[in-house]
Design a protein around this ligand. Structure first.
Ligand SMILES: *[C@@H]1O[C@H](CO)[C@@H](O)[C@H](O)[C@H]1NC(C)=O
Ligand SMILES: *[C@@H]1O[C@H](CO)[C@@H](O)[C@H](O)[C@H]1NC(C)=O
Ligand SMILES: *[C@@H]1O[C@H](CO)[C@@H](O)[C@H](O)[C@H]1NC(C)=O
Ligand SMILES: *[C@@H]1O[C@H](CO)[C@@H](O)[C@H](O)[C@H]1NC(C)=O
Ligand SMILES: *[C@@H]1O[C@H](CO)[C@@H](O)[C@H](O)[C@H]1NC(C)=O
Ligand SMILES: *[C@@H]1O[C@H](CO)[C@@H](O)[C@H](O)[C@H]1NC(C)=O
Ligand SMILES: *[C@@H]1O[C@H](CO)[C@@H](O)[C@H](O)[C@H]1NC(C)=O
Length: 400
């Protein structure tokens, strides 16, 4: 049922927006060079305003991950019980599974998409887009009218979006010991360095801006903390320094073993890979009514991305005060964000402003924006364009 809804939506969207949705490249458009990608394909952005190359890229990465004394659950009952232990008051579960640190390194296949203006101009600035839990790289280019990629490309940037390790077309290694925040931050850092070093499309980007959503913002923040010269500027969406509501968020998602929830998409994944249970769970975590189109919620649910135990256990641990990051940074949230604001980013203070001030003492500029009547999945609300316009003007004001 939900898959049909998604197809119907895609069809409608295409009708609304010329005939470019996933189709052939219209005459006169300049396709990006495919250097750096294996199995490359060229297609317009879903939004229609950019031309993109998608494929696999290889990323060498290494990090100090947490060694967890925790086995992949045998069944759904164990998964649910794990989360009950995780959120229980006074519980020592989190400490009990900590087994120190261990170095994890490898050469990982990452599914990625580089988008450029359709007129053949190669921008000097690229935005590295890291999605959050529950989505994949298409969070940034979800549908016509819901495309951050289109907005950024129209503003003269290139965008590089990718599926986080464990998600979509990227590799799906051990979900407890390998797919964790520290390694994912190392992958983001390597991708940013590769963009500067002309590794993709022969494009020589002199400016690299880190843009994240949710867990993708925590990853972007971690890069500014550990590698302060990697990004020229950072935009953290769906983020704050307040973790009070994470337990409520994880509970609301009602996480289920991915291969049981959507076997037609996830049958190859083991029980350490999870997804939100239903469209109801998805709305709890990411949407605020009535400021979204129900067809977009249905499409988000049909296309939802996985999350691993390793990510959930390490998501809070990777951020840190980026005392040596000197670029501009803004935090952009839905004002009714659940996981990072418990539904109210103005209570007990402006939590976006508090976080950017606390985490970036040396930033050249800080900013914040709260999109009205908007939940955690900012890009999927009617207010998405307002948030994009804030980001665009913040970057331009600060010379990027
Ligand atoms: C789930 O797995 C555990 C451990 O193997 C087992 O004790 C339990 O009976 C199983 N529960 C169900 C509902 O299958
Ligand atoms: C990483 O993997 C890619 C693709 O399999 C391969 O082309 C590349 O040589 C590998 N790099 C290293 C350093 O092993
Ligand atoms: C090409 O398109 C981009 C994005 O709309 C724009 O910034 C740029 O100025 C255009 N270049 C030319 C030569 O028209
Ligand atoms: C990128 O362009 C800059 C400025 O033109 C130049 O200094 C630099 O060497 C180029 N780097 C690469 C890897 O081509
Ligand atoms: C910031 O830079 C100083 C001087 O290079 C260094 O001692 C310090 O450890 C750095 N701080 C962080 C958080 O990386
Ligand atoms: C975090 O948010 C909660 C409300 O969700 C609030 O009670 C608490 O004071 C906040 N903590 C900080 C440090 O902002
Ligand atoms: C959020 O908290 C602020 C400050 O306490 C309050 O003025 C506002 O009404 C709250 N918003 C909602 C939607 O409850």
């Amino acid at each position: 049922m939900t898959a049909l809804t998604f197809l119907a939506l895609a069809g409608l969207a295409a009708a609304d927006y010329t005939s470019q949705f996933g189709g052939a490249i219209p005459a006169g458009l300049c396709a990006p060079n495919t250097a750096g990608f294996t199995n490359p394909t060229i297609q317009p952005s879903r939004g229609g305003a950019a031309i993109c190359v998608s494929g696999d890229v290889a990323v060498q990465a290494s990090a100090q991950n947490v060694k967890f004394n925790f086995n992949i659950p045998a069944n759904e009952s164990e998964v649910t019980d794990t989360f009950l232990k995780y959120i229980t008051s006074g519980s020592t579960f989190a400490q009990s599974i900590m087994g120190g640190m261990q170095t994890i390194s490898g050469n990982y296949t990452i599914g990625a998409t580089l988008c450029m203006p359709a007129n053949g101009t190669i921008p000097s600035s690229v935005q590295l887009l890291t999605h959050g839990i529950g989505f994949d790289r298409y969070y940034w280019d979800f549908a016509p009218g819901y495309s951050y990629v289109d907005y950024a490309v129209e503003q003269g940037y290139a965008t590089f979006s990718y599926d986080r390790l464990g998600v979509g077309k990227s590799a799906t290694p051990d979900p407890i010991q390998v797919v964790q925040g520290p390694l994912e931050a190392s992958i983001a850092n390597q991708l940013a360095l590769s963009l500067r070093n002309s590794a993709f499309a022969n494009a020589n980007f002199s400016t690299v801006i880190g843009v994240g959503h949710s867990f993708g913002s925590a990853i972007t923040q971690s890069v500014t903390h550990n590698h302060p010269s990697t990004f020229d500027a950072a935009i953290l969406t769906g983020f704050s320094g307040n973790q009070t509501a994470i337990a409520a968020f994880v509970t609301a998602l009602n996480l289920q073993i991915a291969s049981q929830n959507q076997p037609y998409r996830f049958s190859g994944l083991n029980n350490g890979y999870l997804v939100d249970y239903s469209a109801v769970s998805n709305q709890y975590g990411f949407f605020r009514s009535p400021n979204f189109d129900p067809a977009i919620l249905a499409a988000g649910e049909a296309a939802k991305g996985t999350v691993t135990f390793g990510e959930l256990f390490t998501q809070a641990a990777i951020a840190g005060v980026a005392s040596n990051f000197t670029g501009p940074v803004a935090i952009v949230n839905g004002d009714a964000d659940l996981p990072f604001c418990f539904g109210n980013c103005s209570y007990p203070m402006n939590l976006a402003q508090a976080a950017v001030t606390m985490l970036y003492p040396a930033a050249s500029a800080t900013g914040n924006y709260l999109a009205p009547l908007t939940g955690h999945g900012v890009n999927l609300h009617y207010t998405a364009l307002d948030a994009y316009k804030y980001i665009g003007s913040f970057l331009k004001q600060n010379r990027y």
